[in-house]
Design a protein around this ligand. Sequence first.
Ligand SMILES: [Zn+2]
Length: 360
Amino acid sequence: MKQGIKTIKRRHARNFVQDSSQKRLDEVVPAYNAQVLNALSVDYVTIFYYNILKIGTNCTCEKHDDNIADITSNTSPNVSSQSDNNWKESQEYEIVDASSYGSMFGDNNSFNDTEDDFDDEDFTPEINVEKFASSDTIFAGNNINCGICYRSGFLPGYSLQRGTRIVLTTFDIVNAKGYHIDSSEQPYVINRLTDVGYIEYTISVPKYYKKAVFSIRNNHTVTRDVFFDINNNVVTQAYLSNNAGKKISIRVKADQFTHAVIEFHYDADDIRANIPNINKTLDYTLLETIGNLQVILPMTIGNVSAGDHIAIPTRNLYLKVVDIESSTTSTNRKLEWRATCRVLQPQESLRKLFFNKPFI
Ligand SMILES: [Zn+2]
């Protein structure tokens, strides 16, 4: 009886190709990565990526009992003996005119939106972000539509990729004169009582950065106010450059504010992203109603998660990441990030997170 051929070498069978396939795929990955980066560099938009922070100091929009109560009585906090004679001008509380910032925020930005009381619940996005968020037990969230933490409940709320984002609130005050902190508000509001009043903060200026931008905000409103140094001079780009790598004291003299933001953008490559459908959705009126948009991000961005914020000022597009996944090989090598994003509506406060102005 014939028994069939015994000489088939299984290890070298033609259909036994997993190992070599994987090896070839692995060899291809760096090339593919380069291809993705090349593709992104050809047909790309420059983005600013903000990571939502799910831990940190509780924001002042949350009711809590801690040390902050000690300096929130109805008297002026920590009145300083430092004189401040030169500050007499009573600054009008104004909304910044977007046009003064040129193309930085795109052509049709909504810098002067004043819908302070806009509530996320007022409209129904295609994906229910609140529902999504509540499924994440760490993402405590907050019911107050807060212009500091944007409902994250934590300070500083968001961090900036390839940059440093500083959020200065009542917690960060190192010196004060002629101001009162109204802790009955959520978030706390800082009111100036006298013309010579100021609130002083200390910040660290990074040793190297490309650009510094800032805003002094009254909850959702970006004010026209600027920072001053301790000699009452306006803090300028040059002043910051001269103090690179150092700690400096800066003062706010706004009539009324809740917080201030400073961002140092590092001298790194811009983050380039690809939005496959952006050309189909050039009608921005439509874009604001479509709800979701896919954004392809380079794998060089780390720590991405739902709730992150993507600003694309050149397209006047501001997005909230609702889902993000990476394309990976079987050996877990990442190819790219695919973010499903919700287009933020003009009334939504998070849309203004990016809206800072350069120091003069
Ligand atoms: Zn808050």
